[in-house]
Design a protein around this ligand. Structure first.
Ligand code: NAP
Length: 244
């Protein structure tokens, strides 16, 4: 049996590119999605072009019962999960004076608790196999902070603490846990920004451009591969040099 990767929130954006990149490496892919739409069918078709299997599993990562069910679906179909990429994430940007309690809680619940929920259900299978890779998608704002993103940056900083603690817990079982911290990446998440705002952001990035989802996927591919077998508990920024 080939290797299997589960990627959460993988119908579009960074998650989709990660799924395609790992499919090109020969992984059978399970993509988790929240809402069924034509993007899901497109992602599945693109993955299958690489002669690998693609299972789609529905579920809201912030709901523990959903994650338990969809992890079981992946195990029933493929028998193992070798690589887990916790990618699903949302923003609800607002200055704290206007931010409602619900805006704070929902971002933490999807981004941070969602990462816990899926990981908690996957780790027992990796432990049994005595190997595995867990790659959590954080953000540079989890390190630097950003006005208007107290909820989001707290969730992404939380993912970094989670990554380092888990890396220490499971290293003896040969499970490697790392985080990737993207900077500004061109996806739906950043498409809400006006063009002049994007241009201003790009000006302040040493490499003078926003990143692509593929820039992030390339690093995830490395962290999933044998080439990174002595790396755990790390945060790798993919940000064109924004944060040094
Ligand atoms: P995106 O284009 O908005 O895509 C987000 C994906 O997550 C969608 O597939 C979405 O599914 C899914 N998702 C959201 N909530 C979910 C839930 N509760 N359960 C399951 N899936 C859920 O975002 P992106 O830019 O690709 O971001 C991917 C990850 O990278 C996120 O964790 C984000 O925080 C992080 N990141 C992005 C940037 C950036 O500049 N774009 C920078 C740093 C970090 P639906 O279609 O059903 O909503």
């Amino acid at each position: 049996m080939g290797k299997v990767a589960l990627i959460t929130g993988a119908t579009r954006g960074i998650g989709k590119q990660i799924a395609i990149k790992l499919a090109k490496e020969g992984y059978d892919i399970a993509i988790n999605y929240r809402r069924e739409n034509e993007e899901l069918a497109n992602a599945k078709a693109e993955i299958e072009k690489n002669n690998v299997k693609c299972l789609t599993v529905q579920g809201d990562v912030s709901n523990f019962e959903d994650t338990k069910r969809f992890v079981d679906e992946v195990i029933n179909e493929f028998g193992a999960i070798d690589v887990l990429v916790n990618n699903a994430g949302i923003t609800k940007d607002m200055l704290i004076l206007r931010m409602q309690k619900e805006d704070f809680e929902s971002v933490i619940k999807v981004n941070l608790t969602g990462t816990f929920n899926v990981t908690k259900n996957v780790v027992p299978y990796m432990m049994k196999k005595r190997c595995g890779r867990i790659i959590n998608i954080s953000s540079v704002v989890g390190i630097s902070g950003n006005a208007g993103q107290t909820n989001y940056s707290a969730s992404k900083a939380g993912i970094i603490g989670f990554t380092k603690s888990l890396a220490k817990e499971v290293a003896s079982r040969n499970i490697l846990v790392n985080a990737v911290a993207p900077g500004f990446i061109e996806t739906d998440m950043t498409s809400v920004l006006k063009d002049d705002v994007k241009a201003e952001i790009a000006k302040n990035i040493p490499l003078k451009r926003m990143g692509t989802a593929e820039d992030v996927a390339n690093v995830v591919k490395f962290l999933a591969s044998e080439d990174s077998s002595y790396i755990t508990g790390q945060v790798i920024n993919v940000d064109g040099g924004m944060l040094m």
